[in-house]
Design a protein around this ligand. Structure first.
Ligand code: HT7
Ligand code: ZN
Length: 844
């Protein structure tokens, strides 16, 4: 496979002035006719004519109406072209039904749909398939389907024929086409300048009852982007289509978003509160791309974080505004530590803006997305809210209609603030998670914090330099009152000290409030100080962080020395649980234990080889100890969390069900499942039904409910994904692989559907002790299925290889078993470039 480098970027030799596409749809032989107006690009030096194209059968081609015979390879074609402007026409044939990779034009349950990001358009027709080539598209569709959709505004909509025109120049990756027997859930939105926009959510017949929430989320997103970022929608229609076979969550094609059905369809009976929240966030994310991604796009794929980091940041602001900001921040940090930290600290580490890649699909990572969003959050913290808003206004004004770089992005901040952001830019170019060590000193009324930052050298960043780290700090006095409200310290040196004068007593510091930078904080803190912060910190993030650290430390001791559950942790949590002034969702987060893989990482970092069985045992023991410690208050909590009235996925009800779910899982450890069985039997919504089922399975019960659940929901594919996933999530370690193997024999295990594959094999990788079973059964099973899926769907296969990225943490026996599986995958004949790249990087 070929490696592509950021430093080698050159512009394409031609501008594309217009694109006209005609699709004659047929499952195995769709004809695509293109008519493209090219003109020499005055900014380019290389004017060779090269068009990307993959898995296309070229029928004919012509330039200015004269037939030509291009030189065709597996990757594209070249052809001599006249000087000046010319019209390229060509006809190709493609096979949507045979396209199981779900990239390009493919079929899902009889419906045609497309996925072109990043490089899927080249599987539809010959084209300069790169994001810096932007053009105006007109698309004509012929096919016997009631619904024929593409980007932009409809011009003709007739029986078996439609024409769409998108007036906004766009790169090919934002092209979309959908055709099928679909029904629309429709609404409208009037923009701030008074324009009416038709909104449609297209779904398969039968799914109409699962659209209302997604539509409301869309309207809220449109309103929010006008109010907060001043961004108005720019077409007459906005369409969303739900498809069952989809490699990721959703795709922001201009005016025609395509969604994984799991990321948009929801009803109270079939979707959990977590599903509703995820849907709201993804709808917002894709909608926000209309400005950050579509109107302003990326010059090349190395700049992916330009649109993804910013759009994740924007969707997190949206969720914070609509729901609880503290809960959102804590949830985001939990997710960052679970997915991005292991990536940044292992063999797959890469900068937020990578400098090379082989397969771009492998770089849609937690680093590009989530760390990319953290970098934007830091920039906002450093320049302040007002200058952030001014910089964004300038960004939209200056770059509308352009394909941009991180340099363009930082330049608007430099222009607005007069700051030099050269050092800040290292967040984009250096891989790895910085460690921030802190030492404190108290003398004569002055309290000093001494920080030192370090970034381990890695292959991706061999000579790391100090970064700009915004450190939010507050100080509490020994009574728990705040003596210094949150202040932002700007660290730029490798070591730096900050003094606070005039204090009456040695304060307790609350450092990195709100998780103000994506770093690992190293500070020797005693249990008593953590318990103090858990009780008194006014910063909700750091208060949660103190509880998390207590949990982590007690679990590490329990897993390695068999120590009993820590009293500070149990008492602190009980106080939080009892505190009715705290938001129930926040209390629910507090009660959550660190994941077992987080504990494995913490042990490895501390120099101890993690034992997955011991970690699992410690987690079980701590949960039981917590249940016993809280047994007197649990009935009251369960009663407080009961929701009367019809189900609503709003913050108030969701919050109560979150805490109720935690309380039920503790109660189940004491009553063996009596109350969980009652909740299961009475549940009238999926949140309560599924949480009760989870509790029963965790208690080794629930086989009748598992069967009943299947009977009840066998016709609902999204609920059956939950049925697969829950049995695996709750499997005890030594049975996990056997349970997964049995489920892969189930008639409903459609392994070519990415959602079902993830619900099954993905769930195995999330069951830490089950996946890492000492006999290697988890590793073997995953490798078997990755080898089987790879020729069918390389993108999903390659993504799931990351389950092996932490392999060097474990004991030599497990390492050797994983090594054997990695070798087996690597030596599979015909392995895709996607999976080859991932396995090669993971093996190191
Ligand atoms: N921009 C999109 C990223 C994407 C994608 C989506 C679906 C299937 C394949 C995909 N490859 C890349 C989604 C987003 O970040 O909003
Ligand atoms: Zn995105």
């Amino acid at each position: 496979p070929q490696t592509i480098y950021l430093k080698d970027y050159t512009p394409f030799g031609f501008d594309v002035e217009s694109v006209h596409l005609t699709f004659d749809l047929s499952p195995n032989a769709t004809r695509v006719m293109s008519r493209i107006a090219f003109a020499p690009n005055p900014e380019a030096t290389d004017h060779r004519f090269y068009l990307h194209g993959k898995k296309l059968t070229l029928i004919k081609a012509a330039i200015n109406g004269e037939p030509v015979r291009p030189e065709v390879t597996d990757e594209g074609l070249t052809c001599p072209v006249p000087d000046g402007s010319f019209i390229w026409e060509c006809e190709v044939e493609i096979d949507p039904e045979g396209n199981t990779a779900l990239e390009g034009l493919y079929m899902s349950n009889g419906m045609y749909c497309t996925q072109c990001e990043a490089e899927g358009f080249r599987k539809i027709t010959y084209y300069p398939d790169r994001p810096d080539v932007m053009s105006v598209f007109t698309v004509e569709i012929k096919g016997p389907h009631p619904v024929l959709l593409s980007n932009g505004n409809p011009q003709v909509q007739g029986q078996g024929h439609a024409i769409w025109h998108d007036p906004w120049p766009k790169p090919a990756y934002l092209f979309a086409l959908v055709a099928g027997e679909l029904v629309a859930h429709s609404d409208s939105f009037t923009t701030c300048s008074g324009k009416a926009v038709d909104l449609n959510l297209y779904v398969r017949p039968g799914d109409e009852g699962k659209c209302a929430f997604g539509m409301e989320a869309l309207k809220k997103s449109m309103q929010w982007d006008e109010e907060v970022y001043g961004r108005e929608y720019d077409l007459d229609v906005f369409n969303i289509v739900a498809v069952d076979d989809f490699n990721m969550g959703a795709m922001e094609n201009k005016g025609l978003n395509v969604f994984n059905s799991s990321a948009v369809l929801a009803s109270p009976e079939t979707a959990t509160d977590g599903n509703f929240e995820r849907i709201e966030a993804i709808i917002a994310h894709e909608y926000f791309h209309n400005w950050t991604g579509n109107r302003i796009t990326c010059r090349d794929w190395f700049q992916l974080c330009l649109k993804e980091g910013l759009t994740v940041y924007r969707d997190s602001q949206f969720t914070s505004d609509l729901r609880s900001a503290a809960v959102k921040r804590i949830s985001d940090v939990i997710d960052l530590r679970a997915r991005q930290f292991p990536e940044d600290q292992g063999p797959l580490a890469h900068p937020v803006r990578p400098e090379s890649f082989q397969e771009i699909n492998n770089f849609y990572t937690a680093t590009v997305y989530e760390k990319g969003a953290e970098v934007i959050g830091m920039l906002k913290r450093l320049v302040g809210d007002a200058d952030y808003a001014r910089a964004l206004d300038l960004y939209f004004a200056r770059h509308d209609g352009q394909a941009c770089t991180i340099e363009d992005w930082l330049q608007v901040f430099e222009d607005v603030t007069d700051r030099d952001l050269a050092q800040f830019k290292r967040w984009y170019s250096q891989a790895g998670t910085p460690r921030l060590a802190v030492r404190d000193e108290w003398k004569d009324g002055t309290y000093t914090l001494h920080f030192s930052q370090s970034l381990p050298a890695s292959a991706a960043s061999p000579d790391p330099q100090p970064q700009v780290i915004p450190i939010s700090v507050g100080l509490l006095d020994p009574n728990g009152d705040e003596v210094l409200p949150t202040r932002m310290l700007e660290m730029t040196e490798a070591t730096q000290s900050f003094a606070f004068e005039g204090l009456a007593a040695r304060p307790v510091p609350s450092i990195l409030r709100g998780f103000s930078a994506p770093v690992v904080l190293d500070r020797d803190v005693g249990t008593a100080e953590r318990a103090f912060l858990l009780a008194h910190d006014t910063d909700p993030f750091n208060r949660w962080e103190a509880g998390r650290a207590l949990a982590r430390e007690t679990l590490m001791a329990m897993a390695t020395t068999g120590a009993p559950a820590g009293a500070d942790y149990l008492d602190g949590m009980l106080a939080v649980l009892r505190d009715a002034d705290l938001d129930p969702a926040y209390r629910a987060l507090m009660l959550g234990q660190p994941s077992q893989s987080e504990l494995a990482a913490a042990l490895a970092e501390a120099g101890t080889t993690p034992d997955p069985d011991a970690i699992w045992q410690a987690s079980e023991t701590l949960a039981l100890a917590m249940a016993q410690h809280a047994q007197d208050v649990l009935p009251r909590i369960l009663a407080e969390c009961r929701v009367d009235g019809p189900y609503r996925p709003d913050p108030d009800q969701t919050s109560k069900r979150a805490l109720g779910g935690r309380a039920l899982s503790l109660v189940t450890r004491l009553d063996g499942g009596t109350q969980a069985a009652a909740q299961y039997a009475a549940a009238d919504n999926m949140t309560l039904q599924l949480s009760a089922l989870g509790c029963l399975l965790a208690a080794g019960k629930g086989s009748a409910e598992v069967a009943a659940f299947y009977d009840q929901w066998q016709d609902d594919r999204l609920v059956i994904d939950k049925w697969f996933g829950m049995q695996i999530a709750q499997a005890v370690p030594d049975k996990a692989a056997t349970i997964v193997a049995a489920l892969t024999e189930h008639a409903d295990f459609n392994w070519k559907n990415p959602n079902r594959f993830r619900a099954t094999l993905g769930a195995l990788t999330m069951n830490h002790a089950g996946f890492h079973a000492a006999d290697g059964s988890g590793y073997r099973l995953l490798a078997d299925w990755l080898i089987r899926l790879d020729p069918v769907n390389p993108q999903t296969t390659a993504r799931m290889c990351s389950a092996f990225q932490t392999w060097r943490r474990y004991d030599s026996d497990r390492q050797s078993k994983i090594g054997t599986e990695l070798e087996r995958i690597a030596s599979t004949a015909g392995l895709s470039p996607d999976t080859t790249e991932m396995i090669t990087r993971i093996r190191g």
